[in-house]
Design a protein around this ligand. Sequence first.
Ligand code: DGT
Ligand code: CA
Ligand code: CA
Ligand code: ZN
Length: 589
Amino acid sequence: MTNADIAATFDHIADLLEYQGGNVFRVRAYRNAARTIGGMVESLAAVRANAGRFLTDIDGIGTDLAEKIGSLLDTGELPLLAELRKAVPAAVFDIMRVPGLGPKKVKLLVDQLGIDSLDSLEQACREGRVEQVKGFGAKTQTMILDNIAFAKNPDHARLLWQEADAIVQDLLGWMRGCPHVRQIEGAGSWRRGRETVGDLDLVVDSDDSAAVMDRLHAWKETSAVLLRGDTKTSVRGPRGVQIDLRVVEHGSFGAALQYFTGSKEHNVRLRSWARERGLTINEYGVYELGTEDKNDAKSAKGVCVAGDTEQAVYGAVGLPWVPPELREDRNEIVMAERGELPELVELADIRGDLHMHTTATDGEDTLAEMVRAAVARGLQYIAITDHGQRVTMARGLDKHRLLKQWDEIDRLNESLAEDGRPPIVVWKGIEVDMLEKGGLDLPDDVLEKADWVVASLHYGQNQPRERITARIIEAIENPHVSVIGHPTGRLLNRRPPYDVDIEAVIAAAARTGTFLEINANPWRLDLNDHHAAAAKKAGVKIVISTDAHSTRGLDVMRCGVLQARRAGLEAGDVANSRTLAGLRKLMKR
Ligand code: DGT
Ligand code: CA
Ligand code: CA
Ligand code: ZN
């Protein structure tokens, strides 16, 4: 079992316990452990195998959970889970994944309507039975129907990029331990940094394809071999993901990597570009047209002019190397020829993180812990942006508690500056809610005292397009609002974006000098790449923020940067790549 599997198992247990009305602290212990494990880079198996380390050294893992992790690693099973599964109807877990349906609501549906599957829930909604259950209404019923349809779409069952990345890194490490592997790279949508990934593609440079394929089949996570040919094999890996591996000769490695990185649309465009120049490209190399070389059976195309590196492949058709994130057939080949490819923003360009939570609301770690973790990550400034009072579920801050937190931040900054130049500057921020009826959940006389204001929409997400758009534009026009947080509200695989006129939002942001966020949380990645590119075109500056709810949450910045790169953003387009003074100059007040 991988860390992700164990995290998913603990989350599952928490869901089932909660469904049964179990002890809240017990539920929380499983949830926290799941979050910790999900964010760990090192594998639990490695920690356990290390004689000098203990699982109980990990935050939030006590002897009981450590024992359970051990049992999962050894057997893949857990007696507690088996017990819970017996006690709780199987469909409960599926139904709980529908956004807005927590364990308590699901229990009502099961007890009162006998719901035993997503299908029967869908049926009950269509027949108007759900709206009659106490605590549900017509609106909730419609929302459930929409969300079931969304979740049932097979396109929405793909791995998040971050999940795919964890598997790819683990697998590359294993494969590099094979002496017959000369070079190996991940390709496909993972390499292009897509938000979600369907299957994993690997390209290997080796003279012994059988040995390389054996190595993949021997990987501890390989659960089935789906196909084995001379140079290609497909297996089933962790979380059921398919892994396609191709082995090529040294001289074809770059061509194969280029081909299997895709996108298909980029490759089609590149092939016709090559053809116009008397060349043809395939997964073996770049060949001259009309110089058939009958000895080269594999290509039967002509004299090979490039193939060992991607640079050489692009170079042979007169182009500079194109970053994988841009290979989506969005005019990148024309831009490459003109030398107009953007110099994409990098993680190292990011100087600050301007959206994060603490234990004052729904974060796991304290203000001091978040600041320490930010310093450790080399950030020069951060903004603490806990929720405003509207978010009651997270104990959102009212004016009184907020001002108290800001006092604490003032004192913290003073003590940081005591020995000269402070290692980091902490901004007094807030994530205010855009209220259902319009307006913000904290008054202007409070907001004007903030260094940084994120305005987000968490409630009334089913309102009509005009209402949602008007609420966001009203916030944009508020002189105290610095940035709009996760502007479309979507959760990948879970919840579609709310209905918002994003062009109008971008235009209003451009007009007022308000920033728009790329929320780096791997479930959100909101704005998406198209929207972020449109914002750049309109002259809007983007802020990439982690929205961290724990110190580990700060590490998702790289996911947000990847999204920005896919949008073609350069460091200059990203406000939090500036120095603090530079950022201040960009702000609207
Ligand atoms: P995914 O797996 O759905 O997230 O998306 P990709 O882009 O990884 O797609 P996949 O795994 O089907 O194929 C990997 C790459 O291989 C793809 O991006 C381009 C290349 N490829 C696959 N089939 C074709 C094809 O029929 N023509 C061309 N030109 N390239 C292809
Ligand atoms: Ca793929
Ligand atoms: Ca594939
Ligand atoms: Zn937030």
